[in-house]
Design a protein around this ligand. Structure first.
Ligand code: SIN
Length: 518
């Protein structure tokens, strides 16, 4: 049984999710509207806090938004939306200034830079033509951004925060999204009516057996938007970060480590990337991750080695204190020995289709951050563009939501909308671990039509309860993961060519007329 919580709460703007996109949207909207921000865990539980490398931005001398855009477009393998990329790169420096205004302490150059130099230490990461990554606390950039934004949110006058409360489904009435049905950690159900609802619920790394994402990354907003009938796009493009610590924990080892000079070796100690791409360890992420997967196939699945010994102990500790401490907890002294690494699911390029202001195909519904598909990432995201996307498009979505709220009252006569989903089969009950393993082996870095078809059949046979009857957040997440696994596999089957992060071993080339004919 599900407990219901009485009359709906009313607000002008409802924001769901509390990473950089959600907090930025909520802060911007609350300048002129009443905002309720709802988040599934504690305010700091999302993926933003885990971000290490940093936030990209054309802020250094000699850099320009055009150069940043060129790198973004090239990494995106020809599938980026050019206008969205221009917005990202042109508005990036202002978004970074806004973060500074909220008190984010980006690392500075020491001793202080002279005239004409950036006061901020700028790192280099894969596929960037120059060093343009701002970072904080060395490799604790996300934690610092989250700290500053949470503090700002706690101080904002018209912003109320509700933690430990998950999105069940969107409320749709008279053709608009008019709020959401929510489930609290204690099992109570409530509903919120709002003139504008902003989804900023992040990605779904928990679809895969190995991920750098936190436990809360179960794609709740994308699944609920789909059930409400919103258009989704690019779901076949899931980014696998090349270097997670091999083992059950999948701890992220930032790309910035390679930017500082670390190299990758096979188990015989040979570098393999120079033969794959002239940029070697700093090639785009999809190229590096795939090269690692290829080597791992030749060594019976055993991890490759990240060799950071050339960087030196003092620099490793100063620049990467979080990674250094985590490795020491695992008994690894990376100033002396290399680190066993493997790719892991990291970031979903696809999601809820949005325009440049976060607007979706459903009136009253906006989306920002990883759950949105703005088109800035194309088939492969450029390193450290995700925090930037959250800040730039979170601000835009917050502004647009506040404007909507000024024009529309909150919805009142709404009933939960159910997308016409095929009836659940009576087959095997959902097991999260089994689905994660299936997605890892069949819909991961290297895909084939046969494996995807087999996965589609296995997923079709699974069943999970309908959201309406679910009483725990974990069960709700399971349902969302099942919906999203089916959608991702379906889209990966439909795209028969290989591009960016979507790699089909059976059609590694660009599609031909004959491919399209059958
Ligand atoms: C990293 O530090 O390597 C991750 C940064 C990102 O995902 O862009």
């Amino acid at each position: 049984m599900t407990a219901t919580g009485g009359a709906p709460t009313r607000t002008q703007v409802l924001v769901i999710g509390s990473g950089i996109a959600g907090l930025t949207a909520a802060l911007r909207a609350s300048r002129t509207a009443d905002v309720l921000l709802v988040t599934k865990g504690a305010l700091t539980d999302g993926a933003t806090s885990c971000a290490q490398g940093g936030i990209a931005g054309a802020v250094g001398p000699g850099d320009s938004p055009d150069e940043h855009a060129r790198d973004t477009l090239e990494a995106g393998a020809g599938l980026c939306e050019v206008e969205a990329v221009q917005v990202l790169c042109e508005e990036g420096p202002a978004a970074i200034r806004e973060l500074l205004a909220h008190g984010v302490a980006f690392d500075r150059v020491r001793p202080a830079a002279g005239p004409g130099r950036s006061p901020y230490a700028l790192g280099l990461e894969g596929a960037h033509g120059r060093a343009r990554i701002l970072h904080a606390g060395g490799d604790a950039t996300g934690r610092e951004i989250q700290r500053a934004l949470v503090r700002a949110a706690r101080r904002a006058d018209r912003l109320v925060v509700r933690e430990h409360t998950a999105l069940v489904d969107l409320l749709v009435g008279s053709g608009r999204v008019v709020g959401a049905e929510l489930l609290a950690a204690d099992g109570r159900r409530t509903s919120v009516r709002a003139a504008a609802t902003v989804l900023a619920t992040g990605g779904a790394g928990q679809l895969f057996a190995h991920t750098t994402n936190p436990a809360v990354a179960t794609g709740d907003g994308i699944a609920a938007a789909w059930r409400a009938g919103a258009v989704l796009a690019d779901l076949e493009f899931y980014q696998f970060h090349p270097t997670a610590l091999a083992g059950p924990e999948s701890f992220l080892i930032s790309e910035a480590v390679r930017g500082e000079g670390a190299v990758l070796r096979d188990e015989k100690g040979r570098r393999f990337l120079p033969a794959v791409d002239p940029r070697a360890e700093l090639a785009p992420r999809d190229v590096v991750a795939r090269a690692i997967a290829d080597v791992m196939r030749t060594q019976a699945g055993r991890p490759v080695q990240l060799d950071a010994t050339g960087i030196g102990r003092a620099r490793l500790r100063e620049r990467f204190p979080t990674i250094d401490a985590a490795l020491r907890r695992h008994g690894i002294d990376w100033s002396r020995t290399s680190v066993p690494v493997t790719p892991a699911a990291h970031y979903w390029m696809g999601g809820i289709l949005t325009d440049l202001d976060g607007g979706t195909s459903l009136p009253g519904l906006l989306a920002a951050g990883e759950c949105a598909r703005t088109g800035v990432h194309g088939a492969n995201r450029l390193a450290s563009n995700s925090l930037l996307e959250g800040a730039v498009f979170g601000t835009r979505a917050g502004q647009a939501a506040a404007s909507l709220a000024a024009r529309h009252a909150d919805g009142s006569a709404a009933t939960p909308h159910r997308h016409p989903i095929a009836a659940q089969p009576a087959g095997t009950a959902f097991s999260r671990a089994a689905v994660q393993q299936l997605m890892w082996s069949s819909a991961g870095l290297l895909r084939t039509g046969a494996a995807l078809e087999e996965a589609a059949r296995a997923l079709a046979d699974r069943h999970a309860p309908e959201p309406a009857s679910i009483a725990t957040i974990a069960a709700l997440e399971d349902r969302n993961l099942l919906d999203l696994a089916r959608l991702l596999v379906d889209r990966a089957l439909a795209r028969r060519d290989s591009v960016g992060a979507h790699h089909r071993l059976d059609t590694p080339h660009a599609p031909t007329q004959e491919d399209h004919a059958c």
